[in-house]
Each structure stands twice: as structure tokens, then as C-alpha cells.
Design a protein around this ligand. Structure first.
Ligand SMILES: C[S@@+](CC[C@H](N)C(=O)[O-])C[C@H]1O[C@@H](n2cnc3c(N)ncnc32)[C@H](O)[C@@H]1O
Length: 280
């Protein structure tokens, strides 16, 4: 079992930057691989395309883009986390996807986006974390080439359920939601995507998509546990929970995951929205 990282000053980004968090992001990305691949295919991503993955994290979606865009295409990842981006590109190059590159950049700043415009600008689980959601979305739209697409996927955590309802799951949910609220994130970003597109001056999306996942609590509880561990230092810094109560909550969840191993649990909904930019 990994140790709990507990010291983190009040941060704008609630999740961690540890090897455990990077592994959690990779695992999460593989869960949603089909749901994302389906939408990449839906917007017609094909050979020769230029793509931007905004907030690319471990680069799992960059790989899906590279597989479709092929060697004549171009895939750029941007993220504030330079070491995660460097690891992503190393893995992608090792796998033969030499058309991938990475730039460390804070997308809430006004800097130009290297390599713009792109045939596809994509962001998954990025806007959720940013208080400046509409402004960043407008900036991403500016980076779309005429005739290209903006495609966004984000969570609505109301999708998380377990039957029967369990106080242990509720407590972890309270802390996770509390942390995200404290840093200005919006846990319903997915459901709000059409509104955000409109607010950003893009117009109502051409299409939307909702993906979900159902699994037994025995395995599904890992999602909650790992997310809880990732936000815990920020939760402690904001006074949302103490380290002692966190340890007790994790132990209680462990017991429930054994006792109610077969209980059905659903993940947050992953909601997608896309828009094609007209040709001038
Ligand atoms: C939850 S992860 C999602 C990663 C990836 N898109 C995926 O779905 O697997 C969010 C990512 O956004 C990055 N991020 C957060 N704030 C950012 C910002 N202001 N500019 C660029 N990237 C940011 C984080 O470093 C992190 O890698």
C-alpha cells in the first residue's frame, strides 16, 4: 500500500503530482479509452491531421490521436506538469509515435499556443479544474483551424453511486467534492459543457455524448480511494479533513469494500461535446 502524502500548501490544482497520481491518471485514461476513441473517430480524425491535447497529463489520448493521425500527422500535448509531459513524450516516442511533442504551459495564461491552429483541439478532465473554464474554452476554440473541431470530455461526479448507499462512500465523496469546490473547480463541468460552449462564444455544440462505467464495489472503490489520496494534502490544507480522520475513513472504506464487494458502483459520467469551426 502507498503512503499518504499529507503536506501541500493551498493549491489551485487539487490533485497531486506523485507517481501514484500519475499511475491513477493512466489507469483512468485506459478506462475511458473506448469512450474517447469513439468520439475521435466521430469527428473524423484521420491520417495527416494536426491535433492538440490540452491538459494532456500522461499522454494516453495523445497516443489515440497519433494512432489515427499516423506518421504524417502532428500531435502536440500541453500541460503545466512538465515532468509528466516529458514522461508522456518519452513513452510515445518509444512506442514509435515520433510525431508527438510536448510543451509545458499554463493554459490560463495568455501565451500563444505553439503550433496552432490544429485540425482537432481536444481537452479531457481539464476544464473541470479551472475556475476560468469559459475563458480557456474560448482560447482553445481560437486554436482550431477553419474546418477543424473542438472536442471536450469532462466529468459530472453525480454519476458516482453505490447500492446500497454507504456512509463510507458518502464521506469520501464529501471530502473530494469539498476540495474541488475549495479550489474553484466545478464537479458538474461535464453537464455544463453546452452552456460553457455558448458562454465562450462558440455556440451550442454540434453533438454531445454521455459515457458511464459500472463495476462491483470490490474494484470500483479503488477509484474513490486513489482520488481521495490524491486530493488529501489539499483537503488537509483547507481544513476539510484531518489526517487522523482520513486514515479512519480509508480503513472504513476498505472494510465496506470487502463486506459489500458485489454491490454495484457507477463512476462519474464522462460527458463529451464537440463543435466544428466553419471555413472562412
Ligand atoms: C485530471 S488530469 C487529466 C489528464 C488527461 N487529459 C487525461 O484525461 O488523461 C488534468 C491535467 O490537466 C493539467 N492542468 C491543470 N491545470 C492546467 C492548466 N492551467 N494548464 C495546462 N494544464 C493544466 C494537469 O497538470 C493534469 O495533467
Amino acid at each position: 500500500m502507498s503512503t499518504i502524502e499529507t503536506e501541500r500548501p493551498k493549491a489551485r490544482y487539487a490533485l497531486g503530482h506523485s507517481p501514484e497520481e500519475y499511475d491513477r491518471l493512466r489507469t483512468q485514461a485506459r478506462v475511458w479509452e473506448d469512450a474517447t476513441g469513439r468520439l475521435l473517430d466521430g469527428v473524423g480524425l484521420g491520417p495527416g491531421a494536426s491535433c492538440l491535447d490540452a491538459g494532456c497529463g500522461p499522454g494516453e489520448t495523445m497516443r489515440l490521436m497519433a494512432e489515427r493521425a499516423g506518421p504524417s500527422g502532428r500531435v502536440v500535448g500541453i500541460d503545466t506538469d512538465a515532468s509528466l509531459g516529458a514522461m508522456a513524450v518519452e513513452t510515445l516516442h518509444y512506442a514509435g509515435h515520433r510525431q508527438c511533442s510536448f510543451h509545458a504551459q499554463d493554459l490560463t495564461g495568455g501565451d500563444p499556443i505553439p503550433g496552432e491552429p490544429f485540425d482537432l483541439v481536444y481537452a479531457r478532465l481539464l476544464l473541470f479544474h479551472l475556475p476560468q473554464r469559459a475563458a480557456v474554452l474560448a482560447r482553445l476554440w481560437d486554436a482550431v483551424a477553419p474546418g477543424g473541431h473542438l472536442l471536450v470530455q469532462d466529468y459530472d461526479i453525480r454519476g458516482i453511486t453505490v447500492l446500497p448507499e454507504l456512509a463510507t462512500v458518502g464521506e469520501l465523496g464529501r471530502v473530494i467534492t469539498g476540495v474541488f469546490h475549495a479550489v474553484g473547480a466545478d464537479v458538474h463541468t461535464g453537464a455544463r459543457l453546452p452552456q460553457l460552449f455558448t458562454q465562450a462564444g462558440i455556440g451550442y455544440p454540434d453533438g454531445t455524448d454521455v459515457a458511464g462505467r459500472l463495476e462491483p464495489l470490490a474494484t470500483g472503490s479503488a477509484l474513490l480511494e486513489r482520488t481521495f489520496r490524491s486530493v488529501l494534502p489539499t483537503a488537509v490544507a483547507h481544513g476539510i479533513i484531518t489526517e487522523a480522520d482520513a486514515a479512519a475513513s480509508l480503513a472504513a472504506l476498505d472494510r465496506d469494500a470487502t463486506r459489500f464487494a458485489g454491490s454495484p458502483m457507477t463512476w462519474p459520467l464522462l460527458i463529451g461535446a464537440w463543435k466544428r469551426k466553419g471555413r472562412a
